[in-house]
Design a protein around this ligand. Structure first.
Ligand SMILES: [Zn+2]
Length: 451
């Protein structure tokens, strides 16, 4: 900030956003009244009181958000975007029955490049409207989906799935990993798209491919994301079949290790040794509270993990097990269930919940220097939420309002890297009616095949 004192008194920039509240999340997770965010060439250049901002900057575009809070765009650290086309296809079932009897057969029948493209567009549009500016995705044909994200201009981590068996996307582990590397090289210079390796789960990937993933991650510094400890059943089965807990196995294979940027998704049924191993490795946890609740998978002890200095981010998981991609809802559920699990009403307070949905997500995806907070030098991934609604008035504390009472449709403006993606609730890159028509066409085809 000392640099500011040396600047000329007035500087011309691209955009100046004045707001009733600015919630930068970091370095200070507070609601700053009557503040402004200055944006130039896609980056945040200043966060300062509005009177000073008006004196210091002139801008091509100046917006006054009189009843809004401006905050960093939300980061959805785990999902399967194309599965939006399976939203509601099989509800109210436990994980393994849901996967084995419904999702995997439906994927075998319907997943194609067109399915991935249309499902990804639907998911991105839903996420942008609900304030998500960055997401991680694990699904087949990631090269098709990454291209959609890149063209739209949203930030995304594409995690290429790896399984022991062949799928529509490849022949087996070696083929999946070769395709993953190809994608990582294709996007090596991208400012929006990063690529990761996605061993699906400990029960679908054997030791050798996991060791190959460890080596590739080390050699190319590629993040790894895995569904881990999704249920007690997963842990019990591993103990019967391999006489080893999944986390102990990944530690033995060198994947849970300080050298590996690992993102562990779900993380229920944890014992003290599991938590100590994750803590020592520096891996992040991606908590998906609504998916875990809907599939009755189990409970992630989020406050206990945070107390152990483990980074905990939030994810929606796919819309087939959630059934929406609303990270505001996820924040609220994480706060509420976090209190119940910790048996402590002060656990996962509103500030912590916002951090989980923003800066912790950025940290999990290795994007801490890029996004996740409103700090000078970071990309201008920004959202504005309107608090002048019945459910968020009166407003004593906007951070509390955002976590405990805001609805996602109160997001009215979204920028990614300074580029507008939502303006007065209207998507810039999509026609909503076209997306809905396409979704209906898919559901008509998929339902007809069941009859
Ligand atoms: Zn998942």
């Amino acid at each position: 900030m000392t640099e500011r004192d040396n600047r000329p008194p007035e500087r011309h920039i691209d955009m100046l956003l004045h707001a009733q509240w600015v919630i930068p999340v970091a370095p200070n997770n507070a609601a700053l009244a009557d503040h402004s965010v200055a944006v130039h060439e896609g980056k945040i250049v200043d966060v300062l009181p509005s009177d000073k901002a008006s004196a210091r900057y002139t801008a091509d575009k100046t917006i006054h958000f009189e009843s809004h809070a401006i905050m960093p765009g939300l980061i959805n650290a785990h999902g399967h975007a194309p599965m939006s086309l399976f939203r509601g296809i099989a509800d109210d079932l436990p994980l393994m029955e849901w996967l084995n009897d419904h999702i995997w057969p439906a994927e075998g029948r319907w997943v194609s490049e067109d399915f991935v493209r249309d499902g990804t567009e639907l998911a991105i549009a839903e996420m942008l409207k609900a304030g998500t500016t960055c997401y991680s995705d694990m699904y087949f044909f990631p090269e098709v989906a990454a291209k959609v994200a890149d063209q739209v201009g949203i930030r995304a981590q594409y995690v290429c799935p790896v399984l022991d068996f062949p799928t529509i996307w490849g022949d087996g582990p070696d083929d999946y990993l070769a395709k993953a590397l190809e994608l990582a090289i294709a996007y090596a210079e991208s400012s929006l798209i990063t690529v990761g390796l996605g061993p699906h789960a400990p029960y679908t990937v054997s030791d050798q491919p996991l060791e190959n993933i460890r080596d590739l991650s080390t050699e190319y510094d590629i993040p790894v994301q895995i569904h881990l400890h999704e249920t007690q059943h997963e842990v019990d089965e591993a103990l019967v079949e391999k006489a080893e807990r999944p986390i102990a196995r990944l530690k033995r294979l060198g994947l849970i290790s300080p050298g590996i940027p690992l993102q562990c998704v779900h993380m229920t049924a944890l014992d003290d040794q599991d938590i100590a191993d994750i803590q020592a490795s520096g891996a992040s946890v991606v908590h998906c509270p609504e998916s875990n609740l809907k599939l009755a998978s189990g409970f992630c002890p989020t406050q206990q993990l945070l107390d152990a200095d483990i980074n905990v981010a939030l994810g929606t998981d796919g819309a087939a097990s959630n059934n929406d991609l609303d990270l505001f809802g996820e924040m609220r559920t994480a706060a509420l269930i976090g209190k119940a699990i910790a048996k402590n009403a002060s656990a996962i307070n509103a500030r912590t919940a916002i951090e989980m949905a923003t800066i912790n997500g950025a940290r999990a995806l290795g994007l801490e220097c890029v996004c996740g907070s409103l700090e000078p030098g970071k990309e201008a991934d920004i959202i504005a939420v309107n608090l002048a609604q019945l459910n968020t008035q009166p407003s004593y504390d906007p951070i509390s309002d955002i976590v405990y009472s805001l609805a996602a449709n109160q997001v009215d403006s979204v920028w990614v890297a300074g580029r507008p993606q939502l303006v007065n609730h209207e998507l810039v890159e999509f026609n909503e009616k076209t997306l809905i028509d396409k979704a209906i066409r898919w559901s008509t085809k998929i339902s007809a095949s069941d009859e």
